[in-house]
Design a protein around this ligand. Sequence first.
Ligand code: URP
Ligand code: ZN
Ligand code: ZN
Length: 487
Amino acid sequence: MSAFDLIIKGGTVVTAADRARCDVGIRDGRVVALADHLEGAARIIDASGRLVLPGGIDAHCHLDQPQAQGLASAGARMADDFESGTRSAAFGGTTTIMPFAVQHRGQSLRAAVADYHQRAAGKTYIDYGFHLVVSDPTPAVLGQELPALVEAGCTSLKVYMTYEAMRLSDYQILDVLARARELQALVMIHAESFECLSWLTEKLEAAGKIAPKYHATSRPLAVEREATHRAITLAEIADAALLIVHVSGREAAEEIRRARQKGLNISAETCPQYLLLTEADLDLPGFEGAKCMCSPPPRDKASQAVLWQGLGSGLFDIVSSDHAPYRFDEGGKKRHGLNAPFRKVANGIPGLETRAPLLFSEGVARGRITLERFVALNATNAARIYGLYPRKGTIAVGADADIAIWDAEKRVTIRNADLHHNVDYTPFEGMTLTGWPTTVLSRGEIICQDGVLYGTKGRGRFLECGTPEPVKRIGQRAGEERAWISA
Ligand code: URP
Ligand code: ZN
Ligand code: ZN
């Protein structure tokens, strides 16, 4: 009998901390040896000249979500379910995803999670965990359902400060933060001020300014900045950990920097669209700009520079796709026609497959971030933040053999026709990238190699997340007593 099921030979193994030329021995789906030279496997993958990296973790994506009334996307169907979504993710070097199990108002949170378990069952190519979305924090939800769900491995939850159908009041957000603190769960927040952007939207519509580009005008930097500041303040008052998702603008980034300097427990995520697109992409001829409509919207070059700088400096912890798979056709963005006001156009763009290659090419190949920092932003930090480390997010003895072998020189021009999602466009069409994953393994099984799918549908497993690392840091900050905690 061979010592290993598989050896990945001769590559450069990179983690968030360092890199080394070594072989990787895999048995029963786990990494069991890292050494100069390993022998004795049923199968060998020659990785000479290649980078051997932890499989990516996309910690923010939306799959198979029914859309509530009150959202711009109400009535639009998400084009990707757990099958096409995980297939597409794998082709882009991602081996774990964290989509959302969304509670709609009036619905039980437990029922929502049961529904998403059903949607995922038998469909996934790679492993997945769930974040919760809490849109109705009733006493029963916070008192009974949330504790049971945290116990069952859903240890992170998102709340919204915007979208009529989803948003919570500041009072409710404080309730959720305080409860999450008690339960050792991590709150993620969508920080855009609903009141401000609704007021601006009304004024723009009244002036006949309804084209896609006005989506950005209705959500200027200040809308995100104000909500980010408020969210941080609420987390400070509740003495809770908070992760701000999809940060887009330099002013919100500045709020996060200030909070970090104060010692507050704030983590932050950004996405490729904010690093690479600007609001000019919403101002394309005809309705084309709708392809780049997401919330918050892409910003300006100055914001991009601040975000890139923040990726290098550690201000940002993770880069996620915020994959929100609405098609461009009549079932998605064009649902209300080509002259629809921006308020009625589904918000969100696809990105599961392109996330890691965009970050690699624009970050590592262009010398903006190191390879180790890429690994941290692409995989390790998400595993730590969401309680999956060290099983996921690194290459180490004992870790799941979730590995992406990258050809750092490969030139790929992004064409939607070559991607594996069910969306009919990509906002990154025509961009030529340097570096792409050529072989992707999940728990030691080849899922895809050189453009061919080998994984079997349904092999992916639900991941019970442990305690998020930011939550473990609560209470370590010197400072004022919080009277409410003992009240
Ligand atoms: O426009 C976006 N981001 N759509 C997805 C939903 C969300 O808020 O993350
Ligand atoms: Zn959001
Ligand atoms: Zn999202």
